[in-house]
Write a protein that binds this ligand. Structure first.
Ligand code: CP
Length: 312
């Protein structure tokens, strides 16, 4: 493929190939010298129209460790502020001949639209409520390394599903790899199309967690609730916050995940989040760099193959 816009179009074999390559980059990242030249000579531009810590930092590190020339656009200081549109911004940057564009945008579908207007490879770093493919891939790598497999697992995704691109990409990926996904949360935070997703739905946390291998917690995305129902944090933590008592309903070796940023004491108990015997939250961050290296490496191979075909 030319772009990585979502999990939806990916075949399970492509997912496995990417995760296998990411495993090799985990090894590289743990070495004293973290460098390869696979992206040497290529230009990567990161365009984040929405706040980010993990995704932006890891895409930047990933590009630099693979030898690309990496530029971070400060979108808050760009001509977007003067009224320039997303598409005109993309066309302007496209004229500078980048090879890889990494884009995060608050509107669902904005990254797909942008990808249709440029000549380079586009990676979706999260668009609205739609998809966050590299997050689902790094979650998959974390699960595969912790559990030794990425199939026939019971995975609970808990909390604000309705506003979560992380949930959507994970539901797609975990389903493609033949896992059983359970969504747990209040009906007000379930997406309207939940019955079409091929998942089980639970309102009660203890019931939903029973027998799970993986417990994935999500943040309440208040910035996307635009005037709708916002639960009281105290009540929410009581019913849906993950603490040791609720986790005890999952399997004894169940792992605890959170894509970050997390709100301690709202969706997860802070001590549990730091418990290295149960929580893999820091491993998720580590896998994020490796997965983004693998994604850009594979897209760069496709770019080179297309250029060779074009020249032949
Ligand atoms: N998980 C995630 O996307 O985190 P950031 O918003 O910090 O990039």
């Amino acid at each position: 493929a030319r772009h990585l816009l979502g999990i939806e179009p990916l075949h399970p074999v492509e997912i496995t190939t990417l995760l296998d390559l990411a495993d090799t980059y985990v090894d590289l990242n743990r070495q004293a010298v973290k460098h390869s030249d696979v992206l040497a000579g290529l230009t990567q531009i990161n365009m984040f129209f929405e706040a980010s810590t993990r995704t932006q930092a890891s895409f930047e590190l990933a590009g630099k460790r693979l030898g690309a020339d990496v530029m971070n656009m400060a979108m808050q200081a760009s001509s977007i502020k003067k009224g320039e549109t997303l598409i005109d911004t993309a066309l302007t940057l496209n004229a500078m001949h980048p090879d890889l564009l990494v884009v995060r945008h608050p509107n669902s579908g904005a990254v797909d639209l942008l990808a249709q207007k440029v000549n380079c490879a586009v990676l979706n770093a999260g668009d609205g409520r739609h998809e966050h493919p590299t997050q689902a891939l790094l979650d998959a790598l974390t699960i595969r390394r912790a559990k030794g497999r990425l199939h026939r697992l019971n995975v609970a995704i808990c909390g604000d599903i309705a506003h979560s691109r992380v949930a959507r990409s994970n539901i797609l990926l975990l389903g493609k790899m033949e896992n059983r996904v359970r969504l747990i949360g209040p009906p007000t935070l379930m997406p309207s199309e939940v019955r079409e997703l091929g998942v089980e739905v639970f309102e009660d946390m203890r019931e939903g967690l029973t027998g799970c291998d993986v417990v994935m917690m999500l943040r309440l995305q208040k910035e996307r609730m635009d005037g709708g129902f916002i639960p009281s944090e105290r009540e929410y933590y009581h019913r849906y916050g993950l603490d040791p008592e609720k986790l005890a309903y999952a399997k004894d070796d169940a792992i605890v995940m959170h894509p970050g940023p997390m709100n301690r004491g709202v969706e997860i108990d802070g001590i549990l989040a730091d418990d290295i015997n149960r929580s893999v939250i820091q491993e998720q961050v580590e896998m994020g760099v490796a997965v983004r290296m693998a994604a850009m490496d594979l897209l760069a191979r496709n770019l080179r193959a297309a250029a060779t075909d074009g020249a032949a």
